[in-house]
Design a protein around this ligand. Structure first.
Ligand code: HEM
Ligand SMILES: *[C@@H]1O[C@H](CO)[C@@H](O)[C@H](O)[C@H]1NC(C)=O
Ligand SMILES: *[C@@H]1O[C@H](CO)[C@@H](O)[C@H](O)[C@H]1NC(C)=O
Length: 318
């Protein structure tokens, strides 16, 4: 009996070594203290050249984490023998920032004199540095994620919430990822940054006009002609200040200015109270957003000796 327990304990320890190490903020401090400054420098240059890139890098982390965890799977290119996540419905012609991730990886490998920082960690840190570069809250990013050797287009199609979702489906989608309705409201605040294509909100302009501010509706209709397919890729900002991480998103929701159906849905139930709270208290938004980013960034990481540290973020090592 005693030896049975010894064996069980040994097994549990082995399982922890394989995949179960906690992520920790100081993971690279000894092996490469230059890693985080190298990431920050490239992010700052990219955001200075194009502020929207900060929004795009933030969204890249979200779309990585919501598909089998934060494992860099979204970065894998399709090949004739392999279908990845880049061309899944929520990502195709939409997710951006892959070239910046490549530049960061080159810079960080040079700073570390070797391949020691995973692509999944690069994405997580780049998201934080983007938020900070655009005026948002800073937070320590727990590190030690490893990179997946596989990706799933089907999982990307099924796991990322769609802008057509009603509140109930948004809440249940987040719950499937172990996140709460409060996480939904506060993380949707990421839409204080960046842009959407007309194809994702056209219904709101022509079919849901009752819940959309009239002057915003007129502006957006001018950008997005009615006919499907005409101007699908034209862009509109998700809040009035798309290059500034501020409370404008919630203020805008409360004026019926939510651009996406899913944004407006946050007012359609008990989550409305939180929208009002964050609209009124920007400090609460900044604080809770940082906490929720750490939670989102910790979804099912590969750790220990699971996965690998990719040399090229676009393909598995061999
Ligand atoms: C709650 C469910 C969510 C839905 C339905 C949703 C949907 C969308 C859609 C449709 C777009 C426009 C994409 C395009 O037209 O190409 C977008 C943009 C964006 N989303 Fe979300 N999103 C959600 C949550 C989040 C979360 C949790 C984050 C990050 C924490 C996030 C960050 C962003 C950012 C920063 C942009 C702008 C990207 C850019 O300009 O490149 N979103 N989202
Ligand atoms: C994912 O969605 C896209 C676009 O709707 C579709 O073309 C593709 O076949 C889907 N992939 C899988 C594996 O279901
Ligand atoms: C609006 O609703 C109608 C009827 O339900 C539908 O035919 C149309 O495709 C919808 N979308 C737009 C953009 O008009």
């Amino acid at each position: 009996m005693a030896s049975f327990f010894v064996a069980m304990v040994a097994l549990a320890m082995l399982a922890t070594a394989i995949n179960g190490q906690p992520l920790v903020p100081h993971f690279y401090d000894k092996v490469c203290p230059a890693a985080l400054p190298a990431i920050k420098k490239v992010v700052e240059e990219a955001v200075a050249a194009e502020p929207r890139m900060g929004a795009s890098l933030l969204r890249l982390h979200f779309h990585d984490c919501f598909v089998n965890g934060c494992d860099g799977s979204i970065l894998l290119d399709d090949t004739p023998f392999f279908t990845g996540e880049k061309n899944a419905a929520p990502n195709a012609n939409s997710v951006r920032g892959f070239d910046v991730i490549d530049r960061i990886k080159v810079a960080v490998d040079a700073a570390c004199k070797g391949n020691v920082v995973s692509c999944a960690d690069v994405v997580a840190v780049a998201a934080r540095d983007s938020i900070v570069a655009l005026g948002g809250p800073s937070y320590e990013v727990p590190l030690g994620r490893r990179d997946a050797r596989a990706a799933s287009q089907a999982a990307a199609n099924n796991s990322i919430p769609a802008p057509t979702f009603d509140l109930g489906r948004l809440v249940s989608n987040f719950a499937e990822h172990g996140l709460t309705a409060q996480d939904l409201v506060v993380l949707s605040g990421a839409h204080t940054l960046g842009f959407s294509r007309c194809t994702n909100f056209r219904d709101r302009l022509y079919n849901e006009t009752a819940t959309l501010d009239a002057s915003l509706a007129a502006q957006l209709r001018a950008r997005c002609p009615r006919a499907d397919g005409d101007g699908d890729d034209n862009l509109a900002p998700l809040d009035p200040t798309p290059a500034r991480f501020d409370g404008g998103y919630y203020a805008s929701l409360l004026r019926s200015g939510g651009v996406l159906h899913s944004d407006h849905q946050l007012l359609a139930g008990p989550t409305e109270g939180l929208v009002r709270l964050y609209g009124a208290d920007h400090e609460a938004f900044r604080r809770d957003f940082a906490v929720a980013m750490v939670r989102m960034g910790s979804l099912s990481p590969l750790t220990g000796i699971s996965g690998e540290i990719r040399a090229n973020c676009r393909k598995v090592n061999y």
